[in-house]
Design a protein around this ligand. Structure first.
Ligand SMILES: C[S@@+](CC[C@H](N)C(=O)[O-])C[C@H]1O[C@@H](n2cnc3c(N)ncnc32)[C@H](O)[C@@H]1O
Length: 249
């Protein structure tokens, strides 16, 4: 059985590569995780992408996502348990609904290499040895690529490093000296807790018709970010945001 992990960009139907579009066309069955969080728009974004870029000769199977504690005491252990549960759920669906000669597609938000579990989950399925599977990965436009493009940014200073991290880790990274930091997965704007010696380039719901952009000295623009965040959430029912922080000077 062939699995294809296809990066579909961060929300806009135009932000797919030509290779991703060709890969979508090769798929017989799409497996879609049902996150049961009531974010219908995220499902409809994926459907819109399929309608726009395929001729419709495919089946879609929705797989209920195993429940997950988002604020666990031991984050790594909890995530690994969740990957195992997800691998079992997918394996069961593949065993009972997909023929050996069919191609299965996973629509991966943004790019599969950044804060996404699909590669790890598929490797778990392969390692369990029940199914004979092969898989490939088709890169996508990441939300942070779109952030950089919209603000016309180069993430690194000349020859310098870039730290990519989560809101959860931001304080620790800044304290350890990182001064050029891309932040993802930050539902509570952790940058609020930094001193004012930073510039920020922020974006939400990038790629959608309701995207929001704010840039400036951190302390000066935090209120504007709050307002823009609320507007993005009201427009679509969800908000995802990411930003570059760079120590000023
Ligand atoms: C689970 S990660 C997935 C990242 C994805 N693989 C990528 O390459 O963008 C989700 C995080 O990505 C960022 N993100 C995803 N889509 C976004 C969008 N359309 N606009 C802004 N940030 C986005 C946010 O930081 C969000 O919390």
């Amino acid at each position: 059985m062939r699995l294809r992990l296809i990066g579909i960009g961060p929300g806009g139907p135009d932000d797919l590569t030509v290779a991703a579009v060709a890969a979508l066309e090769s798929v017989d069955v799409f497996l879609v995780a049902d996150k049961a969080r009531g974010v219908d728009d995220l499902v409809s974004v994926r459907e819109q992408i399929l309608r726009r870029h395929t001729t419709g000769q495919y089946r879609t199977i929705v797989v209920p996502d195993p429940p997950r504690d988002r604020m666990p005491e031991r984050y790594g252990t909890e995530v690994r348990d969740w990957h195992a549960a997800r691998a079992e759920a997918y394996e069961e669906v593949l065993r009972s609904n997909v023929e050996d000669d069919e191609t299965v597609g996973f629509l991966v938000w943004g790019d599969p290499s950044l804060y996404d579990s699909t590669i790890r989950v598929v490797e778990r399925i392969r390692d369990r040895g029940v199914l004979d599977i092969d898989y490939d990965v088709i890169p996508g436009v990441s939300s942070i690529s779109l952030l950089a493009a919209r603000h016309r940014l180069v993430f690194n200073r000349i020859g310098g490093p870039v730290t990519i991290t989560t809101g959860r880790r931001l304080g620790a990274e800044a304290a350890s000296g990182a001064d050029n930091i891309v932040v993802m997965l930050d539902g509570r704007l952790a940058c609020r807790e930094l001193d004012d010696d930073w510039d920020i380039w922020w974006g939400a719901n990038l790629g959608t018709s309701d995207e929001e952009l704010v840039a400036g000295r951190l302390g000066d623009v935090l209120d504007a970010i709050d307002v823009a965040r609320t507007r993005a959430k009201a427009a679509r029912g969800w908000v995802m945001d990411t930003y570059l922080l760079r120590r000023a000077g």
